[in-house]
Design a protein around this ligand. Structure first.
Ligand code: UD1
Length: 368
């Protein structure tokens, strides 16, 4: 019998955990075919951004933690590369599996390809066409050096082929983040998070903001809040605050006023199950996240995306997402025009909870 195929999966930042969880679980169901190891780069290190997700999602403890922490893009990316290279040499995997578009994704993909190791990229081919977004640079470069490209939506294959990638390398498998959502939805409901926070179903908005373009510049942040403060007159807004956004909130006059009169409720970053529970019962989600556009699509909750572009167009054509930009007039007009009683559309193709099974089947074919 041939030896098991060695898969080394990389996680670094919060959105990576829910993507890797179902893949690692599926690999674990085939112990004769695969060995599975996890490397955590330590890009996110706060307990609330990292450890609680391993617990909520039942991810095995990482085999290696590189502990790189925060830094400039160059420092962080370089630190991951330097720390990952000896780990890769020691573990000698057959494939390095990277997910999403964070700095840890490109850093580990680059180390692996230079050492001649097969790179599999999960969530390949998404494009915002906005190179000022650090994630867009990470996506384009990771895809260029990946051997296996696993896509979540049909637009992604066209993006990749346009960039010179062979169509045979692209595998349309569906969305692993939705595998995780479908698997944990009942558990999230059972926690009754809205009621435990004194919130009535469909009577509050849920806000997340962490994109540099929205939260690094105080003026841009205040402009967004001016629209949100009007929406918050109709429904109070609950806001779990990302560490990157915390200083901006603390120094914002409008945020302070909204908190004082009860229109805005600030929370710490939430564990996965609690956040899903809050999302599902909300009247509207307001966000600049990528993954939340996908999750609201499946939960059937209206999502106003506070960005000028999205790399996930299927959430608009097949989902509940509305790209509303960052101008206060447009955000408010979109809120006022929203049909909150509209029936949720059917899910996008292959967002059926079986993406990880499809990925592992492609890996099995590689191993034989
Ligand atoms: C990163 C990803 C982004 C992803 C987001 C999800 C990149 C380029 N960006 O952005 O794509 O959507 O994660 O959260 O990879 N910090 C803490 N504790 C932590 C981690 C960070 O306090 O555990 C603070 C630090 O001040 C740090 C800042 O947050 O400097 C930003 O962290 P970083 O990992 O650089 O980027 P994110 O904004 O979290």
């Amino acid at each position: 019998m041939s030896r098991p195929y060695r898969v080394l999966s990389i996680v670094g930042a919060r959105p990576n955990f829910m993507k890797v969880a179902p893949i690692v679980a599926e690999l674990g169901r085939h112990p004769d075919t695969f060995t599975s190891r996890i490397v955590h780069t330590g890009q996110h290190y706060d307990e609330k951004l990292s450890k609680v997700f391993f617990e909520d999602l039942g991810i095995p403890r990482p085999d290696v933690n590189l502990n790189v922490g925060s830094g400039s893009h160059a420092q962080q990316t370089a630190a991951v590369m330097a720390a990952f290279e000896p780990v890769l040499l020691e573990h000698a995997p057959d494939v390095v599996l990277v997910v999403g578009d964070v700095n840890s994704t490109i850093a580990c993909a680059l180390v692996a390809t230079k050492l001649g190791v097969t790179v599999a990229h999960v969530e390949a081919g998404l494009r915002s066409r906005d190179r000022s977004m650090p994630e867009e640079v990470n996506r384009v470069l990771t895809d260029q050096i990946s051997d296996l490209l696993f896509t979540t939506e049909e637009s992604a294959a066209d993006n990749l082929v346009r960039e010179g990638i062979a169509r045979e390398s692209v595998h349309f498998v569906g969305n692993v983040m939705i595998d995780t959502l479908l698997q944990h939805r009942d558990k999230a409901r059972a926690l009754d998070t809205p009621r435990r926070n004194g919130l009535s179903a469909k009577a509050y908005g849920l806000l997340t903001l962490h994109r540099p373009s929205n939260v690094d510049d105080p003026a841009a942040f205040e402009q967004l809040l001016s629209a949100l403060s009007e929406i918050a007159r109709d429904v109070p807004i609950v806001f779990p605050v990302h560490p990157r956004t915390r200083p901006r909130v603390a120094s914002s006059p409008l945020a302070t006023a909204m908190v004082a009169d009860g229109r805005l409720r600030l929370l710490e970053p939430l564990p996965y199950l609690e956040f899903v529970g809050l999302m599902e019962s909300s009247a509207v989600v307001l966000t600049d996240s990528g993954g939340i556009q996908e999750e609201t699509t499946i939960l059937g909750v209206p999502c106003l995306t506070l960005r000028e572009n999205t790399e996930r167009p299927v959430t608009i054509t097949h989902g509940t997402n509305h790209l509303v930009g960052t101008s206060p007039e447009r955000i408010l007009a979109s809120w006022r025009g929203l049909d909150r009683t509209a029936a949720a559309p059917p899910p996008p193709p292959l967002w059926d909870g079986r993406a990880a099974v499809r990925i592992v089947e492609v890996l099995r074919q590689q191993s034989s």
